[in-house]
Design a protein around this ligand. Structure first.
Ligand SMILES: [Zn+2]
Length: 1004
């Protein structure tokens, strides 16, 4: 299929077709005249709209289409809501949150209309598209008029528009004409993934709001007063002076509004394809200009300290930058408004931003160029607006702040210890790493694809934003910096205020650069290639005082890019040459006077090479293993180190540490060693894992060996992990492996934990001697619904004594966990069953324990591994087995179990331990639980056990700070359970009694 697409592109698109396509270019013209009134008490807007529509196409039109975007938020039946539910997202929570656009009257007056009787009032609505037959066909060059009255029920703010408090953001809010272009009508419903496409024209919009509301919009004010002067921040006054004066004004405005006084303002905009506006009584206003172009800034008063002056300055810089790189900002104003949304969103002449961040301002104002002036079809070719915008933002940030692409000095001043010391990535590295991770997965998709056809939102954003922006970096690399800048200006000159697409952009690139670029655009936009060049051989020889270096290069993957070769000589000089990179191998020759020292391919990391360890001599980089470190050097194998230590009764203090190595997500190695101060024992562990490339990107192989606290273990396994999505469940995980374990003779016994059974007056050793050779299978699956989560795991162990095992048993288990969390309440369920099949008894460490996890599972936690590591008095409960927590002091085990655990949870915000400790403990939940289990041991009678009680949960996400070094991560859970009743207590205990257990994880 892919080949067919490529081929047909090549066939259809020859340079001649480009030229004629550009000469034949046409676009429709629309003139909207609207009169709209906001009624805040009803959360509604009523409007009258007249559209004068001019058919500039060579076709006679018989139909007419309009977008009714707000209807996507009408309820769960809309196309958008259904698509959102694929990713487990409920779009509209309830009817109070919903919004819609109702057409109260609709009339098409045909061209040269003379009377009412010829008009058409019939229309159909399908999801967000209004469709009408024209009363008479509209021939080329003619125009007609559409008259509409509409009622907009404004939704509670969702995605890009709606109300919150007394602010209203109006985006995609009115009946909007669908684009008719060379592909026909673009009557595409509003999808969950994908944006917009609009017809260029003129807007005259008259807005009526209560008098106290301040208004910002696309266009310039031609009549009335938007209220800016009433809200203007005089930045020369002190804050308190200004605030008092502002209070006076607010009061008089409120009084005016109460008396029914209305603010009416008319905006006029030309050469735009959309119209958006914002209004709020709490807006403050500042204004400035760049090179004669007025800039308006509107923000809510609580962000005054952050927005004042800064946003104006940054908006002016954005205009200056964009004007210099592409073409002078062509509109008569720019408004930056403090929107209700989380990030930012662009409209012609108006951007809505959540914050004053410089890169956000550059991004959104940049969109006025890429989507606004150079108006691509955003749901068809999103990379043309998001890719360009992301690219130019990074270009600006790197030009201003160097390689970090951000104001690193200022951010370091505000950073904490961890953030200052931990190596981090530049803006460019973050983008590149996320693109490469996606491209190396089995979910890679081509950049140019209809937005709603991308498999998931992550695929849409990586392609449109990340890969789309890197494509432009690579284009710049291919054609050279100065040619690229010429392309940017030519693209603007040729296509401003028109609809652009891939062919039109490519044509500009080819015309300006004089190069054929089909190979480049096809490969990156319509294929899913990855790139890997490798340094094969470096031959050096000296002839008559000159050094000749012959560099052989291999292309190891399908992706083709010109590749730079850098030669560094002994004298420190560097030389750069380019190989075209199209063939499977090639040579580059250098002539130098000084002896060559080092050769490196793609020294500027410009071609998205997925594996750079073969680009030059191997480098190692050693850094401390900081928490939450996402550092990934591209040219070196990373080694991290961290000391660690703990205590047990045999070693007393154990001290040591571990080294970890990786290159991206591959070649993961781990080496740890610990020394027991008292026992003089040296323990060590080595592990290695790597994707098994021939089997596909989802399969990893892993092997490990350890001598650890009296036990010896060797493990090797294959692991598969895959699913329909990258960022969403369900995922299937499967492991198959072999495990050898044994207690070390003469040494191991000392470490094992002994439990005293009061009922039988015996002491149990929880790890038995003998070799266990286990062939194991594990499976895990995590389906979920809109409101529920689940996890299923199952496993099989096959231990046969003829494999030199000292035991002979098979063990099977299945566990199903189900959660129904709902706001503050939730239900949590766990079902567990296990059975050990054997002629003789399996070792104790592999049996099923009534209270929780068995000794083999507990061995994986360093603090539960050996005697004395964690004081027994703490009653640490590790979930597993029967999970009947009230039996923590009774070592009951068996070879067959069916268990059920149920928890009802209520989350609340109590004041328990004072402000500081409460904040540290985080979200607090009260839990009521019941645990039931039926157990059997080697053919004995079925025994039934039960327990019930109450528990407390504290869950917190800690700030990214130094103490995560000790907590093992940012997510911290503390659990205290009080199993006050059990059905079969110890002889000296009552059934109902104060008991407690404690843990670092949820019980279910
Ligand atoms: Zn964007």
């Amino acid at each position: 299929m892919r080949k067919f697409v490529l081929l047909s592109c090549l066939l259809i698109v020859s340079p001649n077709t480009f030229l004629s396509a550009e000469e034949d270019y046409w676009q429709q013209f629309v003139h909207y005249t609207m009169d709209v009134t906001l009624i805040p008490v009803q959360k509604a807007l009523i409007g009258e709209e007249t559209v004068r529509y001019t058919n500039n196409s060579p076709d006679t039109l018989r139909k007419f289409y309009m977008h009714l975007y707000p209807n996507a938020y009408r309820g769960p039946e809309s196309i958008m809501a259904k698509e959102a539910s694929r990713y487990y997202r409920t779009l509209v929570e309830g009817p109070d949150d919903a919004g819609f656009l109702r057409i109260d009257s609709f009339k098409i007056l045909p061209p040269d209309s003379i009377g009412e009787d010829e008009s058409l009032t019939a229309f159909k609505i399908n999801d967000t598209i209004l469709e009408a037959d024209l009363p008479r066909p509209l021939p080329p060059g003619h125009d007609m008029t559409v008259e509409i009255s509409f009622f907009l029920k404004i939704r509670k703010f969702l995605r890009r528009a709606g109300y919150r408090g007394n602010q209203y953001d109006f985006a995609q809010w009115y009946p909007k004409v669908c684009v008719y272009d060379e592909s026909g009508w673009n009557a595409e419903p509003f999808h969950y993934q994908g944006e917009f496409y609009g017809e260029f024209g003129t807007f005259d919009v008259t807005i009526h709001v209560p008098f106290e509301y301040i208004v910002g919009a696309t266009g310039v004010v031609v009549e009335g007063n938007p209220g800016w002067e009433l809200a203007r921040v005089d930045t020369s006054w002190s804050y308190s002076e200004w605030r008092d004066a502002r209070q006076q004004k607010r009061l008089s405005m409120q009084k005016g509004a109460q008396n029914g006084k209305v603010r009416t303002v008319t905006f006029h905009a030309e050469k735009v394809h959309d119209f958006a506006w914002v209004t709020c009584p709490d807006f403050l206003y500042e204004s400035g200009e760049w090179d004669g172009i007025p800039i308006h800034v509107l923000y809510r008063s609580h962000v005054k300290d952050r927005w004042s002056k800064v946003v104006l300055k940054r908006a002016a810089r954005a205009l200056e930058w964009l004007s210099a790189k592409f073409g002078r900002y062509p509109y008569p104003q720019l408004t930056v408004a403090h929107g209700l949304l989380g990030g930012g969103m662009e409209y012609p002449m108006l951007v809505m931003n959540a914050s004053e961040r410089e890169s956000l301002i550059l991004h959104e104002v940049g969109h006025i160029y890429f989507f606004g002036i150079l108006a691509n079809n955003e749901w068809k070719e999103a990379w043309l607006d998001e890719g360009f915008t992301t690219f130019q933002t990074r270009w600006y940030m790197e030009t201003k702040y160097g390689k970090w692409g951000q104001d690193r000095e200022t951010s370091l001043k505000q950073a904490n210890w961890l953030q200052r010391h931990r190596p981090s990535k530049t803006r460019r590295e973050r983008r590149r790493d996320s693109a490469l991770a996606f491209m190396n997965s089995d979910h890679n998709e081509p950049i140019s694809r209809i937005s709603y056809r991308f498999n998931e939102p992550l695929a849409y954003s990586v392609n449109a934003y990340t890969k789309g922006s890197l494509l432009l970096d690579m284009l710049k690399y291919v054609v050279g910096d100065s040619t690229f800048e010429k392309i940017c200006r030519a693209y603007f000159d040729r296509w401003a205020f028109k609809h652009v697409n891939e062919e039109r952009f490519k044509n500009v690139c080819e015309d300006v650069s004089g190069r054929e670029l089909d190979w480049f655009f096809n490969q990156w936009l319509h294929d899913t290639v990855t790139v890997d060049y490798a340094l094969a051989d470096v031959g050096k020889h000296k002839v008559k005082g000159n050094w000749y270096t012959e560099v052989s290069i291999l292309r190891k993957d399908r992706g083709k890019m010109p590749v730079e070769v850098e030669l560094t000589t002994e004298s420190g000089e560097t030389f750069l040459k380019r190989w075209h990179g199209m063939h499977e191998s090639g040579k580059v020759l250098f002539q130098t006077t000084s002896k060559p020292r080092r050769v490196l391919l793609d020294p500027n990391d410009a071609v998205l090479d997925k594996y750079r360890l073969n680009n030059g001599p191997l480098k190692l980089e050693v850094v401390f293993d900081y928490p939450n470190m996402s550092y990934n050097p591209r040219d070196a194998y990373l080694i991290t180190w961290r000391p660690s230590g703990w205590y047990n009764s045999v070693d007393k203090l154990r001290i040591g540490g571990r080294l970890k190595g990786r290159y991206g997500a591959s070649r993961n190695a781990g080496l740890g060693a610990w020394y027991g101060v008292d026992s003089k024992e040296l323990d060590a562990r080595f592990t290695y894992s790597n994707p098994i490339t021939p089997l596909g990107p989802n399969i990893r192989g892993a092997a490990g060996i350890q001598k650890m606290e009296g036990r010896f273990e060797v493990d090797a396994h294959l692991a598969y992990s895959g699913g329909k999505f990258i960022a969403h469940p369900p995922k299937h995980r499967f492991w198959v492996g072999f495990n050898h374990s044994r207690l070390l003779e003469g040494k191991g016994d000392r470490y094992t934990i002994r439990e005293f059974d009061q009922k039988t007056d015996t002491t149990l050793t929880t790890w038995e001697e003998g070799v266990v050779n286990n062939l194991y299978f594990r499976y895990n699956y995590d389906p979920r619904g809109l409101n529920w989560f689940s996890n299923l795991s199952a496993g099989l162990d096959i231990v046969l004594d003829d494999w030199t095992s000292d035991f002979d048993y098979r063990r099977a288990f299945a566990e199903l966990r189900f959660w129904l969390p709902k706001n503050d309440e939730g239900v949590f369920l766990r079902f567990y069953t296990a059975k050990v099949f054997s002629s003789e008894r399996a070792p104790l460490q592999d049996l099923v324990f009534l209270e929780g996890a068995n000794p083999r599972e507990r061995f994986k936690r360093f603090y539960l591994r050996s005697d004395g590591a964690l004081p027994e008095e703490l009653h640490y409960h590790l979930p597993g087995g029967g999970n009947v927590r009230g039996y923590y002091n009774q070592p009951i085990f068996g070879d067959q179990i069916v268990a059920l655990n149920l928890e009802l949870r209520n989350t609340f915000r109590p004041q328990l331990f004072g402000k500081r400790l409460d904040k540290f403990l985080g979200e607090t939940s009260l839990v009521a639980f019941v645990d039931l289990a039926s157990m059997e041991f080697i053919g004995s009678q079925n025994d039934f056990f039960a327990g019930a009680g109450l528990g407390l949960r504290f869950q917190n996400v800690l700030p990214d700070n130094w103490y995560t070094l000790f907590t093992g991560g940012r997510h911290v859970t503390l659990r205290l359970d009080f199993p006050i009743w059990i059905d079969d207590p110890l002889p000296n205990e009552n059934a109902v009694r104060f008991r407690w257990v404690f843990g670092f994880e949820q019980a279910i």
